[in-house]
Design a protein around this ligand. Structure first.
Ligand code: ADP
Length: 191
């Protein structure tokens, strides 16, 4: 039984996942009783644990070995046995077991000119910028998440367009975590 929830913060590259998670973790540290939240960067796992089979030159990205990746993720979060508190940072929810994750936050940046600027600033080639812009316009990642976790509140979409959104989104995820913890404590224990 987890004492803290596991959360995926997902969305198209450039929507602000890493920035928002960094803000969330510092918010959790500022509290008188800090919550032990941990950033799980799937990008780092793909790179550091060789969970890839090659490199796609056109899309400037490693080709992910999904089976190996999910084995590594499961080792980190220990399936249902872990204590939770993982804030997972990845541009997809594909492959994650529904039971591992209590909340999916999909960050959105539907102001395409804003997203375009963020992706271009990373030096992405046109094909990669276009692929990501299309994914954002069609809401591909939000749809994928709802297929996995349903429409009952386990998937939330938050706008990440303006600078103020970062702080506000981090604060609302933090609030959700506090409520989750409270609900767990209030639950009658099985006898
Ligand atoms: P992701 O992890 O989703 O790829 P990042 O967190 O790395 O995205 O953010 C990409 C860039 O966009 C960074 O330079 C970040 O400062 C900026 N950014 C992200 N979200 C916002 C926002 N809501 N307002 C302004 N800039 C943002």
């Amino acid at each position: 039984m987890r004492s803290l929830p596991n959360i995926i913060v997902t969305g198209t590259p450039g929507v602000g996942k890493t920035t928002t998670i960094t803000q969330l973790l510092s918010l959790a540290q500022e509290e008188p009783q800090p919550l032990h939240l941990k950033h799980l960067s799937i990008n780092d796992i793909v790179k550091d644990r060789q969970a890839h089979t090659g490199y796609d030159e056109e899309l400037q990205t490693l080709i992910v070995d999904e089976e190996k990746l999910m084995d590594e993720v499961e080792k980190e979060i220990e399936d249902g046995a872990g204590s939770g508190g993982w804030i997972i940072d990845w541009h997809s929810t594909d492959g994650f077991a529904v039971r591992w994750v209590d909340l999916v936050v999909v960050l959105r940046c539907e102001e395409t000119s804003v997203l375009f600027d963020r992706l271009s600033a990373r030096g992405y080639k046109d094909a990669k910028v276009q692929e990501n812009m299309d994914a954002e316009i069609f809401g591909v990642i939000a749809e994928e998440a709802k297929e996995g976790w349903g429409e009952d509140g386990s998937v939330v979409e938050l706008q990440s367009i303006k600078v103020e959104d970062i702080e506000q989104n981090a604060a609302s995820i933090y609030e959700w975590i506090l409520n989750w913890v409270k609900d767990q404590k209030d639950k009658p224990t099985a006898t």
